[in-house]
Design a protein around this ligand. Structure first.
Ligand SMILES: N[C@@H](CCC(=O)N[C@@H](CS)C(=O)NCC(=O)O)C(=O)O
Length: 261
């Protein structure tokens, strides 16, 4: 199976973890031009020009949540989605909150650190990010079951979809405090080889990202400021970052023309 992804993408990490939990071999590839908005080639797989995308025969499935549901359907063992529909719905809610509100904060921190945005206001944006991350950490902590897992009485869906986001906040220096239940949960989840391998790959890829600072002006990147990410940047006080990015053409929005190919 070919998986178009990037090791630092939390959406891709969700898929890598599930494939590994289910023992499905995959060949991970970074699409040419990822992050540039240039759709020649990769748009045929995913008109949103995003990773992850999983190639299954003649079909490419995109959107990490859709991919996870597909994998659970075709590889039901070991089961990661709880059998109880209510518990499964709770897992999907945790996934939705992490994929939208949590991801947007980490992404904002990445724009500052890896792409050098936020001239003059970077510290203010980082402070907002730290405060908001703490809110979501507290929310996640309240979702932990008496069993110690987010998914109910066993490790599963909600644990594997949340761990890329919480460990990313650790990478950005705003992880949960050592004495918290959420931090203990990270240790528990990281004991899974599928998780440890995937999160290890993400952490190892950070060094490569540090080389991107300064490349924004080269035109190599036109970063995708979409939905929750755009909202976060504006909400946190970074409207000027958006305006500067548009003026310099290193910010882009969804290009619907890609769906017309
Ligand atoms: N809803 C999508 C979001 C995927 C997404 O935003 N991926 C980012 C990487 S974290 C991406 O590929 N962005 C392309 C770009 O920045 O050009 C999913 O769950 O798969």
């Amino acid at each position: 199976m070919i998986l178009y992804d990037h090791p630092l993408s939390p959406y891709a990490q969700k898929v890598r973890i599930m494939l590994r939990e289910k023992g499905v071999a995959f060949d991970a590839r970074i699409p040419d031009g990822l992050g540039s908005g240039d759709g020649r080639g990769y748009a045929a797989h995913n008109p949103r020009l995003e990773v992850p995308a999983l190639v299954v025969g003649d079909t490419t499935i995109y959107d990490s949540s859709v991919i996870l549901e597909y994998l659970e359907d075709v590889h039901p063992e070991p089961a990661l989605r709880p059998a109880d529909p209510l518990r499964a719905a709770q897992c999907r809610m945790i996934e939705e909150v992490c994929d939208t509100h949590f991801e947007a904060i980490n992404w904002g921190l990445g724009e500052l650190r890896f792409f050098g945005r936020g001239n003059g206001i970077a510290e203010d944006l980082r402070r907002v990010a730290a405060e908001e991350t703490a809110v979501l950490h507290r929310w996640l902590e309240r979702q932990i079951d008496a069993s110690g897992w987010l998914s109910g009485d066993a490790y599963g869906w909600a644990d594997l979809v949340a761990v890329p986001y919480v460990t990313m906040s650790q990478i950005f220096g705003v992880g949960p405090a050592p004495d918290t239940a959420l931090n203990a949960w990270i240790d528990r989840v990281m004991a899974r080889p599928a998780v440890a391998t995937t999160i290890g790959e993400a952490a190892a890829s950070v060094a490569g990202m540090e080389h991107y600072v300064g490349l924004l002006d080269s035109g190599a990147f036109r970063r995708q400021f979409r939905d929750h990410r755009l909202e976060w940047m504006i909400r946190a006080g970074g409207m000027q970052v958006v305006l500067d990015g548009i003026a310099k053409d290193n910010v882009r929005f969804t290009d619907l023309a890609m769906f017309d190919r």
